[in-house]
Design a binder for this molecule. Structure first.
Ligand code: GLU
Ligand code: MG
Length: 435
């Protein structure tokens, strides 16, 4: 008897967890996109296990339909096969479910294209902790830290390629047992799909090496954080980048300036979606190379949005010039993260906002008055504060829709409650296990 191949049809939910149901591949291969029934309340399952106060309780039914463009099939030399597919949630009648996170991102991308003829190109850069490596002092960026992780990196890059991504780099990072993996940019919704696939494939490869990776924002309160940095650029007709104008402020085109201004103007409420855990806010402080204020910074690793460098050896400026959103981490749903950036950028375009001022100095060292003069807002300092800001932002609520906003608030407020009696170290330990 040969074991059957299973294929899991999955949704990546509010908690950024990938859940679903497996079918036998015999029934899936060569046929229609696979479908499995799903339950609305599942989106209220927190990353820590307990279910938040659900608007649906035991009621309701949904259909989860796999999107074959996200199909991952990893076949290992020992005969082990890992297969999954990401999908969309719909009502029994076929309409997208109001709380389908993939649909939130897809709707924003469709509006960006319909109203402004623009598409988004980008990739999410992931930092993570790998427990297959002993922590040693002075390992930052070191060849020794690459050597000590053994065959994991090579296996990971091969698996990412097999999964349809284009791996670009793997590096030892600054933090304890911290590494980073990057992939080549992709288009639109695929940017978020690839983030989900990258995290899952990383877990698969780590498990095969007898270990685990964690995309938690903070392994412990005193360590440097794990960021998810979203590199992106806007493309126009024929997919040509439209971000650069040599005569624009800091080289920004008018559309890029408006798009970034939209993101910065909404950032205090967007962070509730992009830095989605209580411990995310331990990371968003000065001197962690994450982000600690709402600014657009020239080659600044503590800016909320960074203007990335352009290197003479890498070809034309207009092909390289792009942006990096740094106020995100692995507790965010990649679909909410991508959707948040797109909807807020679209808002800036609709309002025709002028480009934000570009800072060239360390914002954390500027006086409050200087920051205020440049219109630099502070970031929320806790998830609760970010959720309050979101709850007061009618624009973001309209983009999400009332149902999704309410589910999100209930879910995340419940999670805040779960962490309320734990000190930061204990919270970090819980998130380490969950992500
Ligand atoms: N680890 C930092 C973060 O939390 C980023 C370091 C870097 O610039 O790569 O975002
Ligand atoms: Mg890094």
């Amino acid at each position: 008897m040969t074991p059957e191949e299973l294929i899991m049809v999955c949704t990546s939910d509010i908690a950024g967890q990938v859940r679903g149901k497996a079918l036998t591949a015999v029934d899936v291969d060569g046929g229609q996109p696979p479908q499995v029934p799903w339950t609305p309340t599942n989106i209220m399952i927190t990353a820590h296990g307990p279910i938040a106060d659900s608007p649906w309780g035991p009621l309701g039914d949904l259909m989860l339909t796999g999107d074959p463009s996200t199909h991952v099939r990893l076949v290992f030399g020992d005969g082990d096969v890992h297969r999954f597919m990401l999908g969309d949630l719909s009502e029994p009648g076929g309409a997208p479910w109001a709380c389908c996170l993939r649909d939130f991102a897809r709707r924003g991308l469709a509006a960006l294209e319909a109203e402004f003829g623009l598409t988004l190109r980008g990739a999410m850069e992931h930092e993570f902790h790998y427990d297959g490596v002993e922590e040693r002092p002075n390992s930052a960026y070191s060849l020794d830290a690459l050597r000590r992780q053994g065959a994991f990196a090579g296996d990971l890059l091969a698996a990412l390629r097999e999964a349809g991504l284009t791996p670009e780099s793997f590096m030892p990072e600054y933090g304890p047992s911290q590494y980073e993996v990057t992939v080549a940019p992709s288009e639109g919704l695929r940017i978020a799909d690839e983030a989900v696939i990258l995290r899952e494939v990383s877990q698969t490869i780590a498990a095969r090496h007898g270990g685990r990776v964690s995309f938690t924002p903070m392994v412990r309160p005193d360590a440097v954080g794990n960021g998810v940095h979203v590199h992106f650029s806007l493309c126009g007709e024929g997919g040509a980048p439209v971000n650069h104008d040599p005569d624009g402020p800091a080289g920004l085109s008018a559309v890029a300036g408006a798009f970034l201004a939209g993101i910065l103007s909404k950032l205090p409420s967007l962070v509730a979606l992009t830095a989605a855990s209580t411990i995310s806010y331990l990371r968003l402080v000065p001197n962690r190379w994450s982000a600690s204020a709402v600014n657009l910074g020239q080659q600044d690793r503590e800016a909320a949005v960074r203007l990335c460098p352009v290197f003479a050896a890498r070809g034309a400026v207009e092909d390289q010039f792009h942006f990096e959103y740094r106020v995100a981490d692995g507790t965010a749903s990649p679909y909410l993260l991508l959707g948040a950036l797109v909807w807020a950028g679209l808002h800036g375009l609709r309002q025709d906002l002028p480009a934000p001022p570009v800072t060239e100095e360390n914002v954390a060292e500027m006086s409050g008055t200087d920051r205020a003069a440049l219109g630099i807002q502070a970031l929320p300092t806790s998830l609760s504060q970010a959720l309050d800001s979101l709850a007061a932002d009618d624009d973001v609520i309209a983009w999400m829709g009332q149902a999704l906003h309410e589910a999100y608030q209930r879910h995340k407020r419940f999670e805040v409650g779960l962490m309320a009696d734990l000190d930061p170290a204990a919270q970090c330990a819980r998130y380490h296990l969950a992500y």
